[in-house]
Design a protein around this ligand. Structure first.
Ligand code: NAI
Ligand code: 15L
Length: 267
């Protein structure tokens, strides 16, 4: 039996939305999908809502009647401030306000490793390390995590802030050998966050069982996430197709990789 009747997944037209769409249907009776871009008709046990997260009234309608939210929607890379402000800051606020007013009690927030991108690749950090965002995008995700904490402390809305590493079919470069999470592990992680009896406000790093890692999830054991995949099977192929890292490059020194030197700061 599903714990949730209707789950809302935002960002449905994006990479992870597309990958999780089929998988998340096993977590609920009805999956409501939303994005600002059109993404095709509703399939069996689906509902489709096209709306901009910056539109408070539309978000209020989108959240009506849902039991839990998986929030992927928003700007997903370093960008100028305006779209980040609308999609990630105002968008997250609109979503939490709608959740508060409509009694939604659990949210899985797609945060990012770029909240802590300015830690070094030689460091291991956990959820208690302070944020060190590597750009405006990471900063907006740090805002989302703090917003979630406020709505937990004041209103009891539980959130898993999943600091996703790199979720793609395969790791694309040497950095991603540390940051990679498979789609199946991401679904395992979201399922664990949706079903654990007490979630509270939890920060958890979204990674597979990679031999090289910079993140320690011991503060999120109550979630019960057990990854089954590993980037290690791709190691030889990734080494063969990439050249040795230039250790003087900030993208190699810091966990955020290229994000630490991307964006409007450099223009
Ligand atoms: P994506 O860019 O493919 O998908 C994001 C979706 O959000 C898009 O379909 C876009 O149309 C929608 N969106 C953007 N602004 C919006 C707005 N104002 N209103 C409504 N919808 C809006 O990104 P991806 O890779 O699917 O990531 C999903 C989420 O996970 C994002 O929040 C991203 O920051 C986060 N994440 C993803 C990682 C990855 O490895 N794929 C790593 C870390 C975090
Ligand atoms: C992210 O936050 C991005 O959304 C994703 O596209 C990747 O670039 C990922 O981080 C990463 O750090 O590899």
């Amino acid at each position: 039996m599903n714990l949730h009747n209707r789950i809302l997944m935002t960002g449905a037209a994006g990479g992870l939305g597309t990958a999780m769409r089929g998988r998340l249907k096993s977590n609920c009776n009805l999956l409501r999908l939303s994005d600002r871009l059109p993404f095709g008709p509703a399939a069996d046990r689906e509902e489709v809502v096209v709306a901009d997260l910056a539109d408070a009234a539309a978000v209020m309608e989108m959240v009506q009647g849902v039991d839990a939210i998986v929030h992927f929607g928003g700007v997903s890379v370093e960008s100028p401030f305006e779209p980040i402000l609308k999609g990630n800051i105002l968008g997250a606020y609109n979503l939490y306000e709608a959740a508060r007013k409509q009694g939604v009690k659990r949210i899985i927030f797609a945060s990012s490793n770029h909240v802590t991108g300015f830690y070094r690749q030689s460091e291991t950090i956990d959820a208690d390390n302070p944020p060190r965002p590597d750009g405006l995008y990471g900063l907006s995700k740090a805002f989302g995590e703090d917003l979630a904490r406020l709505y937990f402390d004041r209103y009891g809305i539980e959130t898993a802030c999943v600091r996703i590493g790199s979720s793609f079919p395969e790791p694309k470069d040497r950095r991603m050998l540390a940051t990679w999470i498979s789609f199946d592990d991401l679904h395992r992680l979201i399922s664990a966050c949706l079903s654990t009896p007490v979630l509270g406000h939890t920060i958890i790093f979204g990674m597979s069982n990679n031999a090289v890692t910079w993140w320690d999830n011991s503060r999120a054991r109550h979630v019960g996430y057990v990854p089954k995949d590993s980037s290690d099977v791709f190691r030889d192929a990734v080494y063969a197709k990439t050249s040795a890292p230039d250790l003087s490059d900030a993208a190699v020194q810091f966990q955020g990789g290229m994000f630490v030197r991307t964006g409007p700061f450099n223009q």
